[in-house]
Design a protein around this ligand. Structure first.
Ligand code: COA
Length: 378
């Protein structure tokens, strides 16, 4: 067997440029740009539909395009009956991310564009996926809590729909605005693990549903999207700001990973944290729960001093969702309800300019040895 010169190796693909994209740029110096627009300018002003349109189509919509896009999404929200039936068959206690992954996979069978990876078909399927990811999360949640899914209200935006579909109440304008901003912050982040998983799947010319199924499965892990659920558990355990330092020192001494801290790309702060921190502060005042931000700030201070690590967006997203009335198990699904726009834009870009993603590995197993022959059975 021939030997070969060892290619360059970067564990975890750190620092490796694995492809080109025109969709999003993560600036290691705490910046984030969607198709050339700074998230700090757009995040708290644009609606999620505007951002989703931008990610998918490359330009912001005009008034007509915006109205049509919103209508198209709202019209696609209802899940096919058998998919709702499937949600009923899952055991109580199934994690909503597992429901979502199974649901996205099943939805593929009901899409008439299933076999078409053309640009236009991918955009049509993206609209359905953006609409139905929210429905899978909300309908699945209600069913697993002994409630029935609610009838659609097509006049609602995506940000308002998630409140309505989960608890039956149309949210106040300020809650919808807040959710639009949160969704905008989460909508894309270039080659993060779930998007990369989606692009790897798409690069085999598998379809967008297969790619988004891969992405949902990847997002669930606590080192990625699952961190916002784990962060809330941590904050609840800490309970008050005066307990934060001792809690953190104990866990650092035990070499635990602290959820909501660290990032592969950002080393000088996560671009999304200042906006999310302000939302948390605002919500603290509105709800009278002003403990969470000081706990997070204390953790930030000690983490910076002890490890030189910055908070990431999931630290502040956790109390934000909590104060908006969502259970921690919904934190990662809420991330998915927004990131699906980014996943779909990346899958479309991958299919439009495809090359199979297939890296090499560094073999560290046994040297070549002689096969001793088949197992001798008695
Ligand atoms: N808590 C404790 N230590 C951490 C840490 C954390 N959250 N994040 C990084 N570190 C440590 C690493 O263990 C490493 O220590 P070592 O040099 O002693 O081995 C050092 O900091 C550098 O880590 P780095 O190479 O920068 O991390 P990474 O790029 O491999 O991993 C994450 C990035 C996001 C996976 C990692 O920071 C993490 O696990 N964070 C917690 C989960 C989380 O919040 N995820 C959401 C990300 S948006």
């Amino acid at each position: 067997m021939s030997t070969e010169t060892k290619p360059e190796y970067s564990p975890g693909l750190a620092g490796v440029i694995a492809g080109e994209t025109q969709i999003c740029w993560v600036d290691p110096n705490a910046g984030l740009m969607y198709r050339g627009y700074d998230i700090h300018e757009m995040g708290d002003k644009a609606t999620f539909e505007e951002v989703a349109y931008l990610l998918l189509n490359g330009e912001l919509p005009n008034a007509k395009q915006f109205a049509e896009f919103k209508e198209q999404i709202a019209a696609q929200r209802e899940l096919p009956g058998p998919v709702v039936q499937m949600l009923r068959l899952l055991p109580r206690g199934t994690h909503p991310m597992d429901m979502l992954r199974t649901g996205v996979s099943m939805l593929s069978a009901f899409d008439k564009d299933i076999g078409d990876n053309s640009h236009d078909a991918n955009i049509r399927k993206s609209i359905r996926l953006i609409a139905r990811v929210t429905s899978l999360i909300a309908d699945g949640w209600r069913i697993s809590h002994g409630q029935e899914p609610l009838p659609e209200k097509t006049e609602l935006s995506q940000a308002a729909d998630i409140f309505y579909k989960l608890n039956g109440k149309v949210p106040e304008a300020w809650q919808t605005r807040m959710m639009d901003t949160i969704y905008n912050l989460y909508a894309d982040h270039e080659f993060n693990a779930s998007t990369f998983a989606a692009r790897v799947t798409a690069s085999t010319l598998a379809g967008i549903y297969a790619a988004v199924t891969s992405a949902v499965g990847t997002l669930k892990g606590p080192l990625h999207g699952g961190a916002n659920e784990e962060s809330m558990k941590m904050l609840e355990e800490i309970e008050t700001p005066d307990r934060a330092e001792a809690w953190l020192m104990k866990h650092l001494a035990a070499k635990s990973k602290i959820m909501g801290f660290g990032h592969r790309v950002y080393k000088k702060g996560d671009s999304r944290v200042p906006i999310m921190r302000e939302i948390a502060r605002d919500l603290g005042k509105r709800t009278g729960k002003e403990n969470w931000v000081p706990i997070c700030e204390k953790l930030e201070e000690v983490m910076e001093r002890e490890k030189g690590l910055c908070a990431n967006v999931d630290l502040y997203a956790a109390p934000v969702y909590w104060m908006l009335g969502f259970e921690p198990e919904l934190n990662t699904p809420l991330f998915a309800a927004s990131r699906v726009a980014g996943w779909c834009a990346h899958v479309t870009e991958q299919h439009d300019h495809n090359r199979l993603i297939r890296p090499r590995s560094l073999y560290t197993g046994p040297k070549l040895r002689k096969y001793p022959g088949p197992v001798k059975t008695a």
